[in-house]
Design a protein around this ligand. Sequence first.
Ligand code: FE2
Ligand code: FE2
Length: 364
Amino acid sequence: MLGGWLKRVFSGNSGNSAVSERPEGVATGPALPSAPTAPDGYSDAPTPISSSDQTQIEQAMQSNSAGWWTPREEGVLTPGSATQGLRAIDADLYGELGKVLDEPDIELPQLPDVAQNVLRLLEKRDVNFVEAAKAAERDPVLTAEILRVVNSAAFRALQRVQRLQQAFPRLGVRRVRAIVVSATMKSIVIRPGSGSQTVGTQLWRCASASAAICSETAQRVGVPEDDAYLAGLLHDIGMMVLLRVLHDYQTKTGKKLTRPIFAAVAERWHEHLGLRLAEAWHLPDPLPDLVASHHKLPAPGDPLEKQKLIVMFSDVVCSMLEYSPYVPYDFFNLPCVQRLGFRESPETLEWLESLPTTIARRLL
Ligand SMILES: [Fe+2]
Ligand SMILES: [Fe+2]
C-alpha cells in the first residue's frame, strides 16, 4: 500500500500538478521551523471538519453506497507490490539506492534539543511535570503546537488549556510524549508554507488518520488507546528518513529518481529505516518493534499481536477511505479484520459507518 501511496503522491494526486517531482518537506536541520501562524484550535468547540475533509468523506460515501468497506472492484487480500514492473535500468538504480540506505552512518533526522530534553524528563520514574513543561516552553513553536493539539478534538481536552504546566499533568506522560513526538514529526515532514500535495504533507495526513483509526480501534479491542494512537502516528516514521536520503541523493548525483523507484525503495526500506530512527530517538517500547515489522502478520501469541493487527487494520482503512491510494480490499476476509474479531454484525457496520467522520474530526 505504501508503494502505491508514494506512486500517487509523486505522480500527482487527483491530477494536481503542484506535486513535487522530488521528495519535499524534509527540514534540513534539527530545529523546529520558524514560527508558524498563530496557534489555531483555541476553542472549546469541537474541531470543525475542514471542507476538503468533508468533501473526502462525502466522496467516499457517494462512491460506495454499500459502505466504504465494500470493495469497488474484485476484492483483494494483499496490495500489489511496488517492485513489480521495474525496468532493468531502474533495477540497477534500485540496487544502488539500497547500498546508500544500508550505510551505517546514514544521516537521520535529528530530534530537536528541546524535544529531546522533554522526552528525557518524561522518562524519569517520578516525572516532574512542571520541570518538563518549563523545558518544553523554551521552544515557542513547540509550545504552540502542543497547545493546539491538546485543545483539538484529537486529544479530547475537556477544557481549554492555555499553559503547558496545566496541560501536562492533565494529559499524563504517555499523551505528552505522543504530542511532543507528533509535533516534532510534523515539523520535520512539513515545511512551513508547503502545499497540501507535497509528499511530506501527504505523509503527515496519512499518519494522522492512521493515529485516529488505531485509537478508535484500540477502544474496541481492549488495547490502551494512547499507545495505539502513537503506533498509528509513528509506524511509517521510516518514510521521513527515506525522504531525506533520497532527496540528498538526487541533489548530489543529479540522477532523477522516478516514481516507481521511490515506491519500490519505500516498500523495501521504510520499516528498517524506521527502526533506526526509533532507536536513535529512544522511542519507548513497543514502538521500535511496531515500526520495524508492521507489514507482516504477527504470529498468534505474539505479545504485540493486537497492536500489530490494529496498525495493519489502520493501513486498510486509510486506503479504503483514500487517505492513501485506494486498494479494493476484501475487507471482511482480511486476516487482520478477522483476527481483531470484526464480523459483519449490525453493530460493527454502524461503527464502520461512523469512522470516516470520526477520523476527519481527529486529524491533527
Ligand atoms: Fe508501512
Ligand atoms: Fe502505513
